[in-house]
Design a protein around this ligand. Structure first.
Ligand code: C5P
Length: 309
């Protein structure tokens, strides 16, 4: 009789994508980054990362599943790979792990799917390897990987300053309904920031937290109409300049009664805030019927940060 080999231990972690309800961008600094004041909200479109033990010295491997899996790199340029490598280096162990990513956040759409993979990988490898880092330590490593990674760890709703990585949790009541229109051809975040510099760089006013009082009030009240009116994205003119066809996607959402519509983050995804799930589905259906999106997604917000399943 042969005994079946015991399955390798594995840890599965879920982390959310995000929408920037407000994104205010200041003039570029000497290090090439822009100071931000942003209000993040995590959405229920999620990434799931499974980290599985492999033999000592086997190194890191990445596999991917999901509707846009073919667009995700499987090498050391993948942010999940870099997250595992960074954590191993930080604690002084060999980075041996098989990472499997199940992608539920649109790829290269300004919704931080790659950042969610990185956040989930930090939590998964920390549990698998028994390294026992605190959330604060994981957040410090997350900020090294990318400006949006600390928020994918935290989830819910938060104000981000600095590069977007210094987070203060914010209160939000109830559930908001969103429709997202994505494009197969992504937009490079650095290219959008460069266009922002060309359009309004030196004259961009310094960013200020108090600008978002109406937005914070709308969140506290759980008032979708007030939230829709307060949505704001300083990168939208740059994204529209690079991809003028997004104007029509915005217009269709507004004509469909969206409470607010904007480019999401650095784009090219367009986000529309709806009155209800049915309303979000109707906006998404119109985008599809009018060929104003390559894919459409409906979801709710806020959602929890990275957590072990
Ligand atoms: O931090 P992350 O790797 O996500 O940033 C990607 C690029 O976006 C940066 O290299 C930079 O060009 C731009 N960026 C910026 N200011 C920020 C965040 C990102 O200019 N606050």
């Amino acid at each position: 009789m042969t005994l079946a080999a015991a399955p390798s231990p594995s840890v599965r972690v879920r982390a959310p994508g995000k929408v920037n309800l407000s994104l205010r961008v200041g003039p570029v600094e000497e290090d090439g980054y822009h100071p931000l004041v942003t209000v993040f909200q995590a959405v229920a479109l999620v990434e799931e990362v499974t980290a599985t033990e492999v033999a000592d010295g086997a190194g890191i491997s990445v596999t991917v599943e999901g509707p846009q899996a073919d667009r995700v790199p499987l090498d050391a340029t993948n942010l999940a790979w870099r997250a595992a490598e960074l954590l191993a280096e930080h604690v002084g162990i060999s980075p041996d792990v098989a990472l499997h990513l199940a992608k539920g956040v649109p790829v290269a759409g300004g919704m931080a799917g790659g950042s969610a993979d990185a956040a989930a990988t930090l939590v998964a490898c920390d549990a698998l390897w028994g390294t026992g880092l605190s959330r604060g330590e994981l957040s410090t490593l997350a900020a090294v990987l990318g400006s949006d990674v600390p928020f994918a760890l935290l989830g819910h709703t938060a104000v981000g300053t600095g590069r977007g990585h210094l987070l203060t949790p914010a209160m939000s009541r109830g559930e908001f309904h969103w429709a997202f229109a994505t494009r197969d051809e992504g937009l490079s975040t650095p290219a959008v920031y460069r266009r922002f510099d060309e359009l309004c760089g030196p004259t961009a006013p310094p960013v200020d937290v108090v600008d978002d009082n109406a937005l914070m009030q709308a969140l506290r009240a759980g008032d979708p109409s007030a939230l829709g009116a307060a949505l704001h994205n300083d990168l939208e003119p740059a994204a529209l300049d690079l991809r003028p066809e997004l104007e029509r996607t915005l217009e269709i959402a507004r004509n469909g009664g969206a409470l607010g519509a904007m480019v999401s983050g650095s784009g090219p995804t367009v986000a529309a805030l709806a009155r209800s799930r049915q309303h979000a589905l109707a906006i998404a259906a119109t985008w599809t019927a009018e060929d104003a999106a390559d894919s459409v997604w409906c979801t709710t917000a806020p959602a929890a940060g990275a957590r072990v399943l």
